[in-house]
Every structure is written in structure tokens, then in C-alpha cells.
Write a protein that binds this ligand. Structure first.
Ligand code: TRP
Length: 370
């Protein structure tokens, strides 16, 4: 099985950015290199524990992670709990959200024996990288970061917090603490990855003692996740607050109800036309992903059956696809110790890795006093 990656010609015109094209091209190369020798790579990726994982996550990033794990690439996943407070005060019980996220991970097939899952706040040695890294970036650089800007605009006039401004730097610490060389991300995260690449290079220029063959940090590459642009059932961006997403943890009845209420259009015959009929195309795409078929075939099969038949098909396909995942999820929930133990072991392992890196960093900076 190969990892799905963006192909260069699949890039959309909304981001005609040279760095995106470069990252897409490099992603394809990486995919081939991983197939040849997975042992050369260490993957780091992460999520903010803001809510339950939904189908957008599932068909985008989660599928990539499970595929990488299957190919034998060592993977580390950071649950970025500190990132949650970068643009808001808090989200209630983070502990509950983190546990639910780990439950989702295990339910979709991430295997804790092969994939390390840890919470950002549980690894103090990682955070200590932030100080030397902050010395390697300028405030102008941080203020230009388009993803930080977009997040800030989304807060509706809230002043920019220092944590949000420095978000790319602690994300660089997330990536570099374990010397990851591959980071599977969507294109919104590319500016952060670029910042991590810059920091890794600058660290070596400043402290690397000139040994080009043995840099302290590798320069990490993005592995672009497939551009699965699933919208919510109302045709808007999928989001928890809009109640328009299908969560992995949802039951079949709620899933069916939500899909029955999905927005469609007045055209009786179902076609797959994302540009002209985004809401209908989104349902067709979801049905196609869940049933492992091509969107055009799904649309052609339903044809004059109309929106009702389409919704029925999508609902059945999604529920069938998710049934084993939901069953596993329920089983895991019956064993709360399991999630606790997975996280505790992941945290321990991440701390060992972070402590070793911090040691090297201090040595490079002539800051070792023991
Ligand atoms: N910022 C990422 C998001 O919002 C989550 C994340 C945190 C991450 N640390 C990371 C992703 C390191 C990749 C690498 O989705």
C-alpha cells in the first residue's frame, strides 16, 4: 500500500505558491524513498485536542498515518494541548478531549507498539528547546506567517497572544525534538514546516561547529496529505461548532439523521460537479471515499434517483465503513486503563527522546555544566 500524496498537477489554483509546488514535488519523491527504505525516516505529526475526530480527519491525515505505520515507518504523534490555548482561553476538560483523541487513534488502527502517542505538556524537555529556537527567529518573520495571521483573523478581534505569535516556533520544537525528517501535513501547515526547516538550518549555522555531515537537526520535509476537501453536511467547512460533521464516535442513527438533513440542490439528477454543485459533489465524494469507489461512478449509479437515494447511499456506506472502527472504539472505552497506559508509555518515551536531544543542544551551545 502506498501513501496517497498530492501530485503536482492536482494543485489547485487557489494556492499557486512556488513553495507548495516544491513541497508537492518533494512529497512524491519522499513517498518513493519511503517505499524503498522506511527505516531511514522518522515521522512526527500532531493534532490539537479540540474535539472528536471526524470524517475529514479520517480520510485526510489519519489514513496517511495508518498507511505510514503499515509501511513500517516509525511515527510519533504529538497531542498539542498547549496549542489549544493559543487563540482562546480554554476548551474545558482537556483531559477528556485528549483521552477521546487517543481512543479515536486506537480505533482507526494506530498501534501503540509501533506509533508513539504523547501529550505536549507532558514533555518539559521539549519546551526547553523553545528558548534557543526563539533566538533564531525574528518577530517580522513570525508576524508574516500566513497561517498565524489566518488563525488570528479567525478570533474576531482578539489581541494576538505571544503564544499564537510563536506558534510556529513551538511547532518546530515538536518536530525537531525527535529529529523527525518527515512531517505529514495539510497545506495550511506548510508555513510552519518552513519555519521548522529554517530553524534547523540556522541552529546548525550558529552552533553546529561546522560539521556539515553531522548536523544537530535534520531538515524536515513535508509529506502533503491528500487534498481531501470534505465539507460539512451544510456545504460549509466541517467544524464542531457548526454541528455539520460526522464524527468517528457518532452512532449510526445520528449519522443517518445528519446526512438526511444534508444540504443538496434543486437539480434532480445526481452528477459529480464540485465547481457547480459543491454540496451534492461533497456527498458524492463522501460516499465514494466510504465505499472505495470513484465519485463519477457513484454519481452515475444514483443518477435520477435524486438526493434521497444519494443520502441513503452515503449514509449506508459511511455507517458500514465506520462500523468496525466504532465497535473498536466502544471496546476501548470499556477499558479506560488502556488509553491511560498508552499515553503514559508514549509520554515516557517522548521524554527520553527529548532529554537526549536537549543534551545535544546544550552541548552544542556550550551549556553543559555536569
Ligand atoms: N498545528 C497542528 C494542527 O493544528 C497540530 C500540530 C502540533 C502539529 N504540532 C505539530 C502538526 C507538529 C505537525 C507537526 O493541526
Amino acid at each position: 500500500m502506498t501513501t496517497n500524496v498530492h501530485t503536482v498537477d492536482a494543485l489547485d489554483a487557489s494556492a499557486p505558491d512556488a513553495s507548495l509546488a516544491r513541497a508537492a514535488a518533494r512529497s512524491l519523491e519522499l513517498d518513493a524513498e519511503i517505499a524503498i527504505d522506511p527505516s531511514r525516516f522518522r515521522v512526527l505529526t500532531g493534532d490539537r485536542p479540540t474535539g472528536n475526530l471526524h470524517l475529514g480527519h479520517y480520510f485526510g491525515t489519519l489514513a496517511t498515518r495508518v498507511a505510514l505505520q503499515r509501511r513500517g515507518v516509525e511515527t510519533i504523534i504529538v497531542i498539542a494541548d498547549y496549542q489549544v490555548i493559543a487563540d482562546r482561553d480554554g476548551v474545558g476538560s482537556l483531559e477528556e478531549r485528549v483521552r477521546s483523541l487517543v481512543t479515536d487513534y486506537l480505533a482507526v488502527g494506530l498501534d501503540p507498539d509501533r506509533t508513539t502517542i504523547f501529550a505536549h505538556s507532558a514533555v518539559p524537555e521539549l519546551h526547553q528547546l523553545l528558548l534557543p529556537f526563539l533566538a533564531l527567529v525574528t518577530d517580522a518573520e513570525l508576524r508574516r506567517n500566513p497561517t498565524v495571521k489566518a488563525e488570528h483573523e479567525g478570533t474576531g478581534g482578539r489581541p494576538m497572544s505571544g503564544l499564537l505569535l510563536t506558534y510556529p516556533v513551538h511547532q518546530a520544537a515538536d518536530i525537531l525534538f525527535c529529529k523527525a525528517n518527515v512531517v505529514p501535513v495539510g497545506k495550511d501547515q506548510l508555513p510552519h514546516l518552513e519555519q521548522a526547516r529554517v530553524i534547523s538550518r540556522r541552529f546548525d549555522q550558529r552552533y553546529g561547529r561546522g560539521d556539515r555531515d553531522r548536523p544537530v537537526f535534520p531538515t524536515p520535509d513535508a509529506l502533503l496529505s491528500p487534498a481531501v476537501n470534505l465539507l460539512g453536511v451544510d456545504g460549509q467547512k466541517m467544524s464542531k461548532s457548526r454541528e455539520n460533521a460526522i464524527d468517528l464516535a457518532m452512532d449510526a442513527e445520528t449519522t443517518a439523521r445528519r446526512l438526511r438533513a444534508a444540504v443538496t440542490d434543486g437539480d434532480r439528477v445526481i452528477t459529480y460537479d464540485p465547481a457547480r454543485r459543491p454540496a451534492v459533489a461533497n456527498l458524492v465524494l463522501l460516499g465514494a471515499l466510504a465505499s472505495g469507489r470513484e465519485p463519477h461512478d457513484v454519481a452515475a449509479d444514483i443518477g435520477s434517483g435524486g438526493a434521497r437515494a444519494l443520502k441513503q447511499f452515503v449514509s449506508d456506506a459511511v455507517n458500514e465503513h465506520l462500523a468496525p472502527i466504532r465497535a473498536r472504539r466502544a471496546e476501548i472505552e470499556r477499558h479506560p486503563d488502556l488509553v491511560h497506559d498508552v499515553l503514559a508509555a508514549g509520554n515516557r518515551r517522548a521524554r527520553v527522546i527529548a532529554a537526549a536531544t536537549l543534551d545535544e543542544v546544550r552541548a552544542a551551545m556550550w551549556m553543559r555544566y555536569d
